[in-house]
Design a protein around this ligand. Structure first.
Ligand SMILES: O=C(O)CCC(=O)C(=O)O
Length: 293
C-alpha cells in the first residue's frame, strides 16, 4: 500500500511540533478488511498488530451525511463561503462567542446527544465487528467522543494508550475510531506506533517527562518524533476515506497529527466492552469536553 505525499511538504506537525514525514518515522497501516468474514482471523490480526485498519466498511454516504449534519450547526462565517456543510471547509475564522470545542453551548456537545448521532452509531456493522473481536455480546460505552480540528490550531492528540484513561474498566475493551469525512495524512488522522501494544508501561514511562502537560501524567508525550526515536518504532498512518474504520486495543500507543488542510478533521471514537462487565463509571455518561475523564 502506498501513502500519498502529504500536501504540506515533507514536514508534518503534531501539537505544533514538527515531525518529518520520512521512512524512519512513518510507515503504512496494514489493511485487514479481507478478514471481516472470519472473526477468528480478525481477532488474530488485532492481537498481532494491536489495531485493525478496515477501509470502506461503513456506508460512505451515511458518514458524509453525518459530517454535513454536524457542520450545519455552526454559525455563519465558520465555513468557507460557497462550500457545502458536508465538505467541512474552514473559512479561517472562528466566529466570536463560539464556546470551546465540546463544552455545553458548542455544537459538538449537543450533537453527541442528538438523534442523528445515535442513529449513526447504532449501525449494526460496528456491533457485529465488536462482538466478533470480543467473543460475545457487547455494549458501546455512552461516552462517545466527537473530535474536530481545524488548520492553524496546532492541536492534536498526544501519544497515549487508552488504558490510562480507562483504568477502572475491565480488560475486555476495544476502541473504534471513525473518520467522519475523508482524512488524508495532511488533515491530521489517528496514527499508531508500530507494535507498541507489546511494550510494558515501564518501557515508555521515561517519555512522560517530555510533555507540555506536566500536571497530567496520562499522556505519554506531545513530541511524536522523540517518541518514535526513543522507542525505535515508526508511526503507522494512511490516507483515510469516509467509510473507513479503525479498531484498536487499549494497550497500543497512538496519537494524531495537526490538521493542515482547509478541510477539517472530524472523527468519532467509541468503546465497546463485553455485556455484563462492570464499566468504568466515568464512561457511563455522554461526553463533554470538560468532563475530565
Ligand atoms: O482522534 C484522535 O485524535 C484521538 C482518538 C483516540 O485517542 C482514540 O480513539 O482512542
Amino acid at each position: 500500500m502506498t501513502l500519498s505525499a502529504p500536501s504540506a511538504a515533507a514536514e508534518l506537525y503534531s501539537n505544533g511540533l514538527p515531525i518529518p514525514f520520512s521512512p524512519e518515522l512513518f510507515g503504512p497501516l496494514r489493511p485487514s478488511a479481507d478478514r471481516l468474514d472470519d472473526p477468528a482471523a480478525l481477532r488474530q490480526r488485532l492481537r498481532s498488530d494491536g489495531y485493525l485498519y478496515l477501509p470502506g466498511v461503513l456506508d460512505r454516504s451515511e458518514v458524509l451525511r453525518l459530517r454535513g449534519e454536524y457542520f450545519t450547526l455552526f454559525p455563519p462565517g465558520y465555513l468557507e463561503p460557497g462550500t457545502r456543510p458536508e465538505d467541512g471547509v474552514f473559512s479561517g475564522t472562528v466566529p466570536e462567542g463560539l464556546p470551546e470545542h465540546g463544552v455545553a453551548g458548542h455544537p459538538a456537545h449537543a450533537f453527541v446527544r442528538s438523534a442523528p448521532f445515535e442513529r449513526f452509531l447504532a449501525d449494526r456493522r460496528l456491533r457485529t465487528i465488536a462482538e466478533g473481536l470480543l467473543g460475545g455480546s457487547c455494549e458501546m460505552l455512552p461516552r462517545r467522543i466527537l473530535r474536530h480540528f481545524h488548520s492553524g490550531s496546532a492541536r492534536a492528540s498526544r501519544a497515549h494508550v487508552d488504558m490510562d484513561y480507562l483504568d477502572a474498566a475491565p480488560p475486555r475493551v476495544l476502541t473504534m475510531w471513525i473518520p467522519v469525512g475523508d482524512c488524508p495524512v495532511a488533515t491530521g488522522p489517528l496514527i499508531y506506533l508500530e507494535g507498541s501494544h507489546t511494550l510494558a508501561p515501564e518501557d515508555y514511562a521515561p517519555l512522560r517527562d517530555i510533555t507540555d502537560r506536566p500536571h497530567d501524567r496520562r499522556p505519554i508525550s506531545h513530541d511524536l518524533a522523540a517518541t518514535a526515536r526513543r522507542l525505535g518504532r515508526r508511526w503507522l498512518c494512511a490516507d483515510f476515506a469516509a467509510g473507513d474504520l479503525l479498531v484498536h486495543m487499549p494497550q497500543i500507543i497512538h496519537a494524531s497529527l495537526d490538521t493542515t488542510t482547509a478541510a477539517m478533521r472530524l472523527s468519532v471514537d467509541v468503546r465497546f466492552i463485553r455485556s455484563g462487565d462492570r464499566p468504568d463509571t466515568r464512561w457511563q455518561r455522554p461526553w463533554s469536553a470538560d468532563d475530565g475523564a
